[in-house]
Design a protein around this ligand. Structure first.
Ligand SMILES: Cc1ncc(C[n+]2csc(CCOP(=O)(O)OP(=O)(O)O)c2C)c(N)n1
Ligand SMILES: [Mg+2]
Length: 325
């Protein structure tokens, strides 16, 4: 793939996906608090990392193996707000799992989004496997696995990096380091400061990037994708970011982090800072921005209404996707 230029169109598209994801996310929390959605996992705060990264891929062709936190990533990869809401509300037409999986277990064949496993870090070995297939098939595809810093203490993370580096597989390991694994701070999770340092053990590049800047994430991912396509093997990217909301709608983060810490990070809210930058650098006018925000509002309302009216799965189909028919 030729190196894509950071055109105004691309910058606007990046902002659009970030803002759309934030709006979908906010709506999901409201539905949960109203008792209409069972549980919510947010990408709130991670939008720059997730959107910046996948915009540097050949979207819908390359494979992504996301984790529960990746709402903004799957939206930027082509999963529509309607499909997201069908999944959240467990409707029969949910393309992720036909309403079987709990929310935030992504999987969309049409867009090459691999099914999410609940067991953290298994996505790393899945991405390595997909990359091995691409190497054998010579299909030119890159795979990307994303994961939290807590999961890099799991064996699968290390197995995946080792296997991928030995076989020089076209895979990108994207760590979204938000400093916490539910309530466990990173300093209690690992004896080093940076996840990226773990790349040294496998002889591959370990790159640290500001995860609240979508352009920086875009650039390092583009470089990693080019390296992968040249047959030079994997890259570990560590995007330093923060989640603004509790781990899930069932968590209370006041128990383990101060309000001051959250407020400090919020000054660098990726959606707000990128919006300001596009206005300051005259990529967008205030009117254009307002029109885009209105379009987003309409999309979220449409998706919510659509999914709420959609039928639940027929109980007679309970065994589908589990047993052969
Ligand atoms: C192997 C395994 N252990 C524990 C869990 C329960 N669990 C789900 S998410 C999570 C925290 C993961 O934190 P991190 O990897 O930092 O990702 P974040 O949620 O912060 O993005 C844990 C412990 C799990 N799903 N799988
Ligand atoms: Mg984390």
């Amino acid at each position: 793939m030729a190196k894509a230029k950071l055109t105004p169109e691309l910058l606007k598209e990046i902002y659009y996906y970030m803002a759309l994801s934030r709006a979908v996310d906010d709506r999901m929390w409201i539905l949960n608090r109203q008792g209409r959605a069972p549980v919510v996992y947010s990408s709130n705060g991670h939008e720059a990392t997730q959107v910046g990264a996948v915009m540097a891929l050949n979207r819908g062709e390359d494979w992504i193996v996301p984790y529960y936190r990746d709402l903004a990533m799957v939206i930027a990869y082509g999963e529509t707000p309607r499909e997201i809401m069908l999944h959240l509300l467990g409707r029969a037409a949910d393309p992720n799992s036909g309403g079987r999986q709990m929310p935030a277990h992504w999987g969309l064949k049409r867009r090459h989004i691999m099914t999410t496993g609940s067991v953290v870090a298994t996505q790393d070995v899945h991405a390595a496997g997909l990359a091995l297939a691409s190497k054998v098939l010579k299909d030119g595809r890159v795979s990307l696995a994303s994961f939290g810093e807590g999961s890099t203490s799991q064996g699968e993370f290390h197995e995946a990096l080792n296997f991928a580096s030995v076989h020089k597989l076209p895979v990108i390991f994207l760590n979204e380091n938000n400093g916490y694994a539910i309530s466990v701070p990173a300093r209690k999770q690992m004896a080093i400061m940076d996840v990226a340092a773990r790349a040294q053990g496998y002889g591959i590049p370990g790159v640290i990037v500001d995860g609240n800047d979508p352009i920086k994430v875009y650039e390092v991912t583009q470089e990693a994708a080019e390296r992968a396509r040249r047959g030079e093997g994997p890259t570990l990217i560590e995007a330093k970011t923060y989640r603004f909301v509790p781990h899930s709608s069932d968590d209370d983060d006041r128990a383990y982090r101060s309000r001051e810490e959250v407020a400090e990070w919020k000054k660098r809210d990726p959606v707000m800072t990128f919006e300001k930058r596009l206005i300051d650098e005259k990529v967008m006018t205030e009117d254009e921005l307002k029109a885009m925000q209105q379009r987003i509002k309409n999309e979220v309302n449409d998706a919510t209404d659509f999914a709420e009216k959609a039928p639940l799965p027929d109980p007679n189909t309970l065994g589908r996707y589990v047993y052969a028919e």
